[in-house]
Design a protein around this ligand. Structure first.
Ligand code: DON
Length: 332
């Protein structure tokens, strides 16, 4: 456990990081994503939306540091794909999943309707096509049981038994899901998906519509950093065997067609969502979560990327960084 003095200094550094990135404004923001309004330009965003921002760190020792609006609830969106991939791996095993969903970065946008034709499967579980297939592979007698099992595992990662699907967000997602629906029907016509497309789509968009806070997202990241065990509750959310698989796919595919640049500049496994959340994992050390809804052209949080770049640089977190990692406080 860190000493009170270390905790004080770390919170001070986080506040300083927050203030600097908040005032840095939002150049590079291409859009916002609001359920029901899909994407809208920064000119339509309110001051409040522009300034919505939080940075949280959670260590595998159970320490949590936060700054900004760390209790503001937002939809998990694509970040949910990480946890559902882990659940599907536990339910079906690595080989079964790999036959149906690849682990190759597609190099395309998250909602692009492209498939790994050679293997007749989606490229990876982080793009929407792969997530639809993965969600469908979660075990359950019916969609209700599959949803309950998905919620149970998300609650375990976050250490919050009350996590729920936000029904307004879910309804709005279903209303504007033509592209996902088209992708799912195409996949079923090619044998990459089996079953009731509307039920599969509803399950996927329900996991996307689960609300979390930035603090909870940091704890979810720390649970992955801790081999699948929640460092605060001690509950196991993911079998250790699959933590490596989930982190590997996050590292190569988690940031979509920005994944290469992310691996180059930040160098830690991560996953973004269109509501402006980014979860990043330093295996064996800590989880990082940033929430700021202004999105770049790839659908990733602009402030989220900048903050993660800076934290990785200052703490020497890049997986291929040869020098010793700096302490949690960064270079002396
Ligand atoms: O399915 C969709 O398109 C949205 N519910 C989630 C997309 C998303 O979060 C992409 N991430 N940056």
């Amino acid at each position: 456990m860190a000493s009170p003095e270390i905790n004080r200094q770390l919170n001070e550094r986080l506040d300083e990081l927050y203030r600097r990135h908040l005032s840095a404004g939002e150049d590079g923001v291409a859009s916002y994503y609001g359920s029901g309004r899909r994407y809208y330009g920064p000119e339509l965003a309110t001051r409040e939306e522009r300034d919505r921002f939080s940075i949280c760190l959670a260590t595998i020792d159970g320490e949590v540091y936060h700054t900004g609006e760390h209790q503001f609830p937002f939809a998990l969106q694509s970040v949910s794909k990480v946890f559902v991939y882990g659940l599907a791996l536990e339910d079906r095993g690595r080989d079964h999943i790999l036959q149906r969903v690849g682990v190759e970065p597609s190099g395309d946008a998250f909602n692009s309707i492209v498939f790994d034709e050679r293997n007749n499967r989606p490229y990876n579980p982080m793009v929407n096509a792969g997530a639809l297939a993965t969600t469908n592979l979660v075990r359950g007698e019916d969609p209700a049981e599959k949803l309950e099992r998905t919620l149970k595992v998300l609650r375990c990662y976050a250490g919050n038994e009350r996590l729920e699907v936000h029904q307004d967000t879910f309804r709005a997602e279903m209303r504007t899901a033509d592209r996902n629906r088209a992708t799912a029907y195409l996949m079923r016509s090619d044998g990459m998906l089996a079953g009731d497309v509307e039920a599969i789509l509803a399950l996927y968009l329900q996991q996307c519509s689960v609300l979390v806070t930035c603090r909870e997202l940091a704890v979810m990241a720390a649970t992955l950093a801790n081999g699948g065990t929640n460092p605060i509750t001690g509950e196991q959310a993911l079998d250790l065997r699959y933590a490596r698989d989930v982190l590997s796919v996050m590292h190569t595919c988690g940031m979509y067609d920005f994944a290469g640049q992310w691996a180059y500049q930040v160098g830690i496994p991560a996953k973004s969502g269109v509501s402006g959340g980014i979860l990043a994992v330093v295996p064996g050390k800590m989880g990082i979560a940033v929430f700021s809804p202004g999105l770049d052209v790839y659908g990733n949080s602009v402030r989220g990327i900048r903050v993660c770049e800076e934290i990785s640089e200052r703490l020497g977190l890049h997986v291929f960084a040869t020098g010793a990692r700096n302490s949690m406080l960064g270079p002396a």
